[in-house]
Write a protein that binds this ligand. Structure first.
Ligand code: SAM
Ligand code: SF4
Length: 333
């Protein structure tokens, strides 16, 4: 699948729930959220069918996300079926980490069960090492659970564990070095992410936005000039650097300030309520649940994918006074 701007689609982000056990300020509002009803959510069977069809069209990497994907029932049984789909070569999962250390069968953590089910890489969100600030950001007191979750993920032996940190001036700019020190001995790849106006325009303003360039400068004041790793790429849009004098890689995701951000985009998103989204920062979304439930054939659904990919924009709209119409938690980050 290739769009009109030369983006080749090989990566599908699959959101399996709009629900979450946290309330991050930049992702969803604090007030009680109305969740989607069960019948509005794709069943696992429906999701797997769409992943199979995408794989037949060139998708080789899947990342399971949400909401918080580990809050959905039977998630491990679902994930286990993904590697069985011909063409899928890599499976990742994004989580807030709160449930990774939970014992789901005797002596086995959620993290270990996911690893056994074929998940190769885990991304854990962690914006601060300060429990009080963590609570302010996420609306919940789960800091200790997340740290235990990271330990459980390390013990489970994933090929790669990344830590994702959303940059927030006034909240966590004093944490950048502490997070680097936390990541180093654990061999975690730490990535700093610019806040995007995905849920509401208000979450982001001139006083709390912090660019990756500024974060990089702050880090360089203590660590020296970071060494660009232009050859190193994961499937995402991060730019990676080595910290001089150590074996540590950190990444920056400058969705708002990097004007070339969208050039290498290889992604398509499937929301939990069955919408295909060609771009996170665009209003465009196309309801594939409708034809799916109306009995469309594989060929018809393939054509649907092609039509969506054809509408993929050259770049996101975040810099153009984008007014979101959906919460990040419902899109799937
Ligand atoms: C929506 S979450 C879903 C998975 C899981 N609940 C988690 O927190 O990792 C995926 C990622 O999106 C990021 N995210 C959410 N809202 C964001 C925003 N407004 N700007 C930048 N990143 C955001 C989160 O920090 C997280 O790393
Ligand atoms: S970022 Fe993740 S943990 Fe935070 S509210 Fe959104 S979905 Fe939940």
């Amino acid at each position: 699948m290739q769009d009109l701007h030369g983006h080749r689609i090989s990566y599908l982000r699959v959101s399996i729930t709009d629900r979450c056990n946290e309330r991050c300020t930049y992702c969803m509002p604090q007030e009680l959220q109305e969740w989607l009803r069960r019948e509005e959510i794709l069943t696992y069977e429906e999701t797997l069918r769409l992943v199979r069809i995408a794989a037949e069209m060139g998708v080789s990497k899947v990342r399971v996300t949400g909401g918080e994907p580990l809050t959905r029932r039977d998630v491990v049984d679902f994930v286990r079926q993904i590697p069985e789909i011909p063409g899928i070569r890599s499976i990742g999962l994004s989580t807030n980490g709160t449930l990774l250390a939970r014992e789901i069968t005797t002596g086995k953590t959620m993290a270990a069960a996911l690893r056994d089910a074929g998940v190769e890489s885990i991304n854990v969100s962690l914006d601060t090492l300060d429990p009080a600030v963590y609570r302010q950001i996420t609306g919940r007191d789960f800091h200790a659970e997340v740290l235990n979750g990271i330990d459980a993920a390390i013990a489970a032996g994933f090929n790669q564990i990344k830590l994702n940190t959303v940059l927030m001036r006034g909240r966590n700019e004093d944490q950048l070095l502490a997070l680097i020190e936390f990541a180093a001995p654990r061999n975690l790849v730490l990535r700093f992410i610019e806040m995007m106006p995905v849920s509401t325009r208000e979450v982001l303003n001139e006083s709390n936005f912090m660019s990756v360039l500024e974060a990089k400068r702050l880090i360089e004041l203590s660590c020296g000039s970071l060494i660009p790793e232009t050859e190193f790429r994961t499937n995402g849009p991060a730019s990676y650097y080595q910290i001089p004098g150590r074996q540590q890689r950190i990444g920056f995701i400058g969705a708002m300030t990097n004007l070339h951000f969208c050039e290498s985009c290889n992604k398509l998103r499937l929301t939990c309520d069955g919408k295909l989204r060609p771009c996170l920062g665009s209003y465009l979304e196309f309801d594939i649940m409708k034809p799916l439930r109306a009995g469309a054939s594989d060929e018809e659904l393939k054509q649907f994918f092609l039509d969506v990919v054809e509408r993929k924009p050259r770049e996101h709209d975040f810099r153009n006074n984008y007014q979101p119409n959906r919460k990040m938690v419902a899109i799937g980050g």
